[in-house]
Design a protein around this ligand. Structure first.
Ligand code: PEP
Ligand code: MN
Length: 361
């Protein structure tokens, strides 16, 4: 929908916009009002170049997109009834809890093995453990391939599926070969389109799930959902969105807590939303409140850093990991909030099945 700066376009301007949209197989339909005339773009209007050309015209004030740019992740797409299941939980039907250490210490594997058993006992469905770490400081511990064996050993002992971050094709291959169920795309890489494409291609045809963190530098929700679209576009739609705090940091919190975006995401996409309160607030004592707020906002689950002895941990664990006891209490409260939030609401499947559909392209 093209809104001109003047009340209506001149015949020459109409010819120009018509030429532009025809290049993308569309046509112009003027809608004549008493004062202003606006110009509808009729046809598949998702061609980015067409928009850029129209937006560059000096007599165009604004262009409103009618069609969603998300062919797969849009709430009206054919995938809206797709359900992601992991660790015995169907997302949206039961609260999903992902918990475990920020970083696996390859020199002290027992901490991770103990943490794995403890988070399972506390109610976690998926075990998280950082094998490779994106660290701001190049001299900080960057992770170790050996930790992948520890992660998989913990998975075997507990029976829990595991989540770990991969940052390049080498790590991606190792993780998939080892049997990692959930691949984490970290906040720093959520805008790395070539990595998103590599991950999308690698998980196509598998049951693997991608936990996509929100980048600190993602302004619009459009950018967040578009990143998910990059992955799903290769054929595997098992993408979970994970708000984890954004920029600018709040004085006292590690990042700007962003669990309040959950309802906004849910209006636009069918993708489940699992909030990471640990990186959002960055301090163990603030984590439970942030986690409960996320569930109150309608999150489908939580991804929480936990450690049997946080002070002995590495990476983020000494400052932001909660203990298994705190996790157990949090899971109980989170389940109670979950029930309250959903009480009296129709099942999500029914609501979504009634929405309009956008053709997959
Ligand atoms: C992490 O999960 O430990 C991590 C580094 O997360 P993020 O990418 O959100 O900073
Ligand atoms: Mn961490």
């Amino acid at each position: 929908m093209i809104l001109p700066k003047a009340n209506r376009l001149t015949p020459e301007q109409v010819r120009e916009i018509t030429r532009i949209v025809e290049l993308s197989g569309c046509r112009i339909q003027p809608i004549v009002g008493a004062v202003r005339t606006i110009y509808a773009i009729v046809g598949d209007e998702r061609d980015e170049l067409m928009f850029n050309r129209l937006e560059g015209l000096p007599y165009v004030e604004r262009i409103d997109r009618i069609q969603s740019p998300f062919r797969l992740m849009d709430i009206r797409s054919d995938l809206a009834t797709h359900r992601i299941a992991v660790g015995g939980v169907i997302l949206g039907q039961k609260l999903l809890v992902i918990a475990g250490q920020c970083t696996i210490d390859p020199k002290n594997p027992n901490y991770f093995l103990e943490t794995a058993a403890a988070v399972k006992e506390a109610g976690a469905h998926v075990l998280r453990g950082g094998v490779w770490k994106p660290r701001t400081n190049p001299y900080a511990f960057q992770g170790d391939d050996k930790s992948l064996d520890i992660l998989m050993e913990a998975s075997r002992r507990t029976g829990l599926p595991v989540d770990t971050e991969v940052m390049d094709e080498y790590q991606l291959k190792l993780a998939l070969d080892a049997g990692v169920t959930m691949l984490q795309v970290g906040a720093r890489n959520a805008l790395n389109y070539s990595l998103l494409r590599q991950i999308g291609a690698a998980v196509a045809g598998r049951k693997t799930i991608v936990l996509l963190k929100r980048s600190l530098h993602m302004g619009t929700l459009h950018e967040f959902i578009s990143a998910a679209e990059y992955i799903a576009n290769f054929g595997n739609p098992n993408v979970i969105l994970c708000p984890r705090g954004t920029a600018p940091a709040l004085d006292g919190y590690r990042n700007h807590p962003d669990e309040s975006i959950v309802p906004l995401l849910k209006e636009r996409t069918w993708a489940p939303v699992v909030v990471d309160p640990s990186h959002s607030v960055g301090k163990a004592s603030y984590v439970p409140a942030c986690a409960l707020a996320a569930i109150a906002y309608g999150a489908d689950g939580l991804c929480v850093e936990a450690h049997v002895q946080p002070s002995r941990g590495i990476g983020d664990d000494p400052k932001q990991a909660i203990t298994p006891d705190v996790l157990r209490a949090l899971v109980a409260k989170a389940q109670a909030v979950w029930q309250l939030v959903r009480a009296g609401k129709p099942a999500t499947t029914t609501v979504r099945a009634k929405t309009g559909r956008v053709a997959r392209g």
